[in-house]
Design a protein around this ligand. Structure first.
Ligand SMILES: Nc1ncnc2c1ncn2[C@@H]1O[C@H](COP(=O)(O)OP(=O)(O)O)[C@@H](O)[C@H]1O
Ligand SMILES: N[C@@H](CCOP(=O)(O)O)C(=O)O
Length: 293
């Protein structure tokens, strides 16, 4: 048996739609795999009632097929599905790493990124590597096509998860079809600022780099209370706030000592509009970890 713990991830980070991603040190999924003649899936834990066990409909089923690695796969969900914390991506990444080890396929973690991405695409409808890349490699990742660059950044974060469900597939439908030159220049500037902040471990620059006028506004409209939560987080000391992944999670960058106050402020912000939520006081963390019994 092989066991893998794969972290939640926050993709896009505002200015890096479909390119930027960051592994979080909590929460996480745990996957256990054993060789079998055909793939079967058993899902337990957070939101498991909303996750199919048919290999044709679960991200891990596509990964097992891509690796020609039939197995009994048990998924213990610690990351709520449809959250904006890369739940489907974490399972796909964990399955790729676990099955690669179980069948001695010998692929590197970077080589497993597109395979995990193919698994995630079964639910999001399109390949995007900004969840599976940080889930496998850890840190802050820049995924462009098949090339992935990583930065081992140490940035405190707060991820606030409202009791709202938004599927990535639906949230991709509201992404604008194009951009003006002014929007392009603004986005490039913020993306460069965020990347510099990650390289310098500077929460202020990372926060400034989270601003986005292209995709985030369209997605924020899907999240009841987003404006209230953003303002509350900034007032409590956040250096930047954006939609986590495709939402509804909301991500704040900050300094270490401000996480508790920011988390409370974000939960209160959602409560003001009658939405329950939970906040994870977290930070950028490592990639998936593997144990072979
Ligand atoms: N192993 C899995 N883990 C989580 N969600 C899964 C998995 N397999 C399939 N899904 C489906 O994917 C959807 C959640 O993925 P997505 O919409 O991309 O949001 P997120 O990745 O933030 O959870 C749900 O509809 C869920 O049923
Ligand atoms: N770039 C993707 C990221 C989806 O992240 P998730 O955590 O919501 O699955 C998108 O924005 O569609």
């Amino acid at each position: 048996m092989v066991t893998v713990r794969a972290p939640a991830t926050s993709a896009n980070l505002g200015s890096g739609f479909d390119v930027f991603g960051a592994a979080l040190d909590r929460p996480a999924d745990v996957i256990r795999v054993e060789k079998a003649d055909r793939t079967t899936i058993d899902v337990r834990g957070y939101g498991s009632e909303f996750i199919p066990e048919d290999p044709a409909d679960n991200t891990v089923g596509a990964v097992a097929e891509a690796l020609d690695a039939p197995a009994h796969i048990r998924i213990d969900k610690g990351i709520r599905p449809s959250s904006g914390l890369g739940s489907s991506g974490a399972s796909a990444a964990a399955a790729a790493l676990a099955l690669n080890e179980l069948y001695d396929r010998g692929l590197s973690r970077k080589e497993l990124v597109p395979i995990a991405g193919k698994g995630e695409a079964t639910v999001s409808g399109e390949v995007h590597l900004d969840n599976v890349a940080p889930a496998l490699l850890g840190g802050f990742t820049v995924a462009t096509g098949r090339d992935v660059t990583t930065v081992d950044a140490d940035i405190p974060l707060v991820a606030c998860l409202p009791e709202i469900a938004i599927s990535t597939r639906d949230a991709r439908d509201v992404v604008p079809a194009g951009a003006t030159m002014e929007q392009l220049v603004y986005t490039v500037g913020r993306a460069a600022t965020l990347t510099t902040g990650m390289c310098r471990n500077d929460p202020r620059l990372v926060g400034k780099g989270m601003h986005d006028r292209l995709v985030t506004p369209a997605r924020a409209d899907l999240i009841s209370g987003y404006d209230e939560v953003r303002e509350a987080a900034l007032a409590a000391g956040a250096t930047g706030v954006t939609v986590s992944g495709a939402g509804p999670g909301v991500l704040a960058a900050c300094y270490p000592g401000d996480r508790r106050e920011i988390a409370a402020a974000m939960v209160e912000g959602f409560a003001e509009v009658g939405v329950d939520s939970r906040a994870y006081q977290t930070k950028i963390g490592g990639g998936a970890t593997l144990h072979r019994d």
